[in-house]
Design a protein around this ligand. Structure first.
Ligand code: HAM
Length: 420
């Protein structure tokens, strides 16, 4: 081991487990790429104000968890704690919303940073795949996103996840509810911190996990009873469309989410095998965010799924992804001349698109055959001086152990035929 370790709250992705991460990213993005979402990539850091304005000054993410820095040039930057504000900023900056095709549908995959208390499933550096549909107010768009996330999880073989759905109202009805809730909270026996939160962000108090708080929340006014007619109708349409697709969800009045930009539809995907960090993904509508960051009115909706937690969920369910082994052919050479010849053959196979590897390090036959076994390759190509003198190599089926001589010049065709 070296003197250094990965920083607290981070971990390295190493083979073979790293292959599962790649497969999860692929599985989540496939349904998006199939549904008109284009790929977007934004910088790992942004102007700190993008997040304080967008995600919200009062959220934990901004007030406690942001990695901020001042550059030598005096710019105040933050490592991105989430993707939505950045993606919307990029779409606005690139004028995608003016090209005439709304909604602008984008997907992304990357690293995010939050200075959180590190524990299983909660990291300071983590990975999300996300989707944002910008510039349309249409319940079918909210439904599309929920259905696509469900499809992604199911394609991975996940079963024990649940979808929680709520509506947070809009700028008409939410303030009325907020006030009613505040009145109610002021009458409770709460500690100072919680009372302060009740003043700044009362909806977050509903999310308090402590029994002593939850007990007192029985009888709290419910947002459901305050939704305006437009929000109610919108939400009913989202629910109907998701149900019609055969996707099961649970209505959850208490789902508030930890970011301030949400309006109307909000949802979370939770997995029951993950203990306290059970949210594998989440999202919702953010109709006011564009204006909050200086853009035009662009009602939008999106989600982000946590790659780390999705992998943990797969492990909790014991799902083994069917990952094809990386290497199809492994070459084992005995002696200098054979090494040179087989190395050339490996290059030829690779150029023909066949995944091939070579026994490096000048090992003997036994050590090299061990490498071949470990690689998981279906075929081994073995050659020594005597084979080469005859112009052949030995092609060995690693499953059956059967072996036959193949002329050097016919190797590519023979390998192709075996792998077909
Ligand atoms: P979020 O709920 O903060 O939403 O994060 C989405 C997912 O990222 C979580 O459900 C979780 O799986 C994963 N995640 C978050 N923090 C951590 C962490 N510290 N360690 C491991 N995984 C984590 C957002 O980020 C919104 N931008 C989603 C969205 C997109 N809303 C609209 N569009």
């Amino acid at each position: 081991m070296s003197t250094f370790k990965a920083p607290k709250g981070t971990y390295d992705l190493l083979p073979p487990r790293s292959a599962t991460f790649l497969a999860v990213r692929e599985a989540i993005s496939t349904p998006l790429r199939n549904s008109g979402y284009g790929y977007v990539e934004t910088p790992g850091f942004e102007d700190v104000k993008l997040f304080s304005r967008g995600v919200g000054e009062s959220t934990d993410i901004v007030s406690k968890e942001m990695y901020t820095l001042t550059t030598k040039g005096g710019e105040e930057l933050a490592l991105r704690p989430e993707g939505t504000a950045s993606v919307l900023r990029a779409a606005l900056q690139g004028n995608l919303h003016k090209l005439g095709n709304l909604p602008v549908k984008l997907w992304y995959s990357g690293s995010y940073y939050r200075y959180e208390r590190a524990q299983a499933g909660r990291y300071r550096h983590f990975s999300q795949v996300g989707a944002e549909a910008i510039g349309a107010e249409d319940p079918a768009l909210d439904a599309e996103l929920i259905i696509l996330a469900d499809q992604a999880y199911r394609s991975l073989g996940l079963r024990n996840f649940r979808i929680l759905l709520n509506s947070l109202g809009d700028k008409e009805c939410r303030p009325v509810y907020r006030e009613a809730l505040q009145d109610f909270l002021r009458g409770l026996d709460l500690d100072e911190d919680t009372l302060r939160r009740a003043e700044i962000n009362p909806l977050r108090v509903l999310d308090d996990k402590r029994e002593s708080v939850q007990k007192q929340l029985v009888g709290a006014p419910l947002l459901r009873d305050y939704l305006c007619d437009a929000c109610k109708a919108y939400h009913e349409e989202v629910r109907a469309l998701v149900s019609a697709a055969g996707v099961v969800f649970e209505d959850d009045d208490k789902l508030v989410r930890g970011l301030d930009y949400y309006t109307r539809t909000t949802f979370e995907f939770v997995h029951d095998g993950l203990g306290s960090q059970s949210a594998v993904g989440g999202g919702g509508r953010y109709d006011g965010l564009s204006e909050m960051i200086g853009g035009p009115a662009l009602p939008s909706v999106g989600w982000a799924l946590g790659v780390d937690r999705t992998v943990l969920a797969l492990e909790a369910e014991g799902v083994e992804l069917d990952l094809p082994t990386a290497t199809s052919v492994f070459a084992v050479a005995i002696g200098e001349e054979a090494r040179r010849t087989l190395f050339g053959k490996v290059t030829e196979l690779r150029r023909a698109g066949i995944a091939a590897d070579f026994s490096f390090g000048g090992k003997g036959l036994k050590g090299s055959m061990k490498d071949a076994n470990r690689s998981g390759a279906r075929l081994a190509v073995v050659a020594g001086e005597r084979d080469l003198a005859e112009g052949v190599v030995q092609l060995k089926d690693m499953e059956t152990g059967e072996q036959r001589a193949v002329a050097l010049d016919d190797l590519l065709d023979a390998v192709r035929a075996e792998l077909a």
